[in-house]
Design a protein. Structure first.
Length: 247
C-alpha cells in the first residue's frame, strides 16, 4: 500500500504500535532483511536472555559428570526454547503482506526445528525411564508435570498453526483461518510463559541439585530478559485488541 506523502508501504500507527513503546518501534521497515527482526526494538534483550539461558544449561551439563541417558535432555530442551524464541522474534515485527508471508515461512521453519528438538529431548527422558534399573515415577516433580502440560500444549499449538498456514480449508477457507490467528497468538504467548516456568522448575529437580547445581536465580534472570525482550513488542492489534482513541 502507499501513502499520500509518497512513502511506500506505510500503515496506520495503531497497526504498528507495540504493547510498550511508540508506533513503529517493533515494526519491520520496508525492504529490511527478515533476520533484523530478531533484534529490532527490545528483541536484542530476548536474544541476550536466550543466549544466557543456553550458556547456563550447557555449561552446567558439560562441566559436570555426564549421564548418557539424562544429560542430553537439558541440552536439547534449552536449545529448543532458544529456537522457539527466534520463531517468535522473527514474526512479531511483520505487518505488510510481503513481510508477513516471509515471516510466516521463517516462523514455520523455526517452529518445525524447535518441535524436532523438543521431541528428541522428551524421547531421552522416556528412554531413561524405560532403561533405568530402578525406574522413578514419570510424574515426581513440578518440572515433570509442567513438562507434560507444555508438550501437550505445544503439539496442539503446532497442529493448529500448521493447519492455518498450509491447509486453511480445514477452517472453512482462508478468511475463517485468519480469524483464528489472534487466538493462536494469544495461546502462543501463554505457552511460552509455561515453557519458561518449566525451565525454572527444572532447577528444583534432584538431577540439578545433585549434579548440575544451576542456580535458580540465574535461570530466573535469563527468563526475565526473555520476557522483557519479547512481550513489549507484542502488537495488540494482532491480538484483536484495540487501543482506545486518544483525545
Amino acid at each position: 500500500m502507499s501513502s499520500t506523502n509518497g512513502n511506500p508501504q506505510t500503515v496506520p500507527s495503531a497497526e504498528t504500535e507495540p504493547l510498550l513503546g511508540r508506533p513503529g518501534d517493533a515494526t519491520q521497515p520496508p525492504n529490511a532483511p527478515i533476520i533484523a527482526n530478531l533484534w529490532l526494538g527490545t528483541g536484542w534483550i530476548a536474544l541476550a536472555g536466550g543466549a544466557l539461558l543456553v550458556a547456563l544449561v550447557w555449561a552446567g551439563v558439560l562441566l559436570h559428570p555426564l549421564l548418557p541417558l539424562v544429560s542430553p535432555h537439558p541440552l536439547l530442551q534449552s536449545a529448543g526454547l532458544l529456537t522457539s524464541t527466534l520463531a517468535i522474534l522473527v514474526l512479531q515485527p511483520t505487518w505488510s503482506p510481503e513481510t508477513k508471508r516471509t515471516g510466516q515461512y521463517a516462523h514455520a521453519a523455526l517452529n518445525l526445528l524447535a518441535f524436532l528438538i523438543y521431541v528428541s529431548g522428551v524421547s531421552v527422558i522416556l528412554v531413561n525411564k524405560h532403561k533405568s534399573a530402578d525406574p522413578h515415577p514419570h510424574f515426581h516433580s513440578v518440572h515433570g508435570y509442567l513438562g507434560v502440560i507444555s508438550a501437550v500444549a505445544l503439539v496442539g499449538q503446532y497442529a493448529v498453526g500448521f493447519a492455518m498456514w498450509a491447509v486453511p480449508a480445514v477452517f472453512g477457507g482462508e478468511e475463517r483461518a485468519r480469524s483464528v490467528w489472534k487466538y493462536h497468538r494469544w495461546s502462543g504467548y501463554v505457552i511460552y510463559l509455561l515453557l519458561l516456568g518449566t525451565v525454572v522448575a527444572a532447577t528444583f529437580t534432584p538431577y540439578n541439585a545433585a549434579v548440575l547445581d544451576i542456580k535458580t536465580w540465574s535461570v530466573v534472570v535469563a527468563g526475565l530478559l526473555l520476557v522483557v525482550g519479547i512481550y513489549p513488542r507484542v502488537s495488540l492489534t494482532k491480538l484483536g485488541v484495540r487501543r482506545p482513541a486518544s483525545g
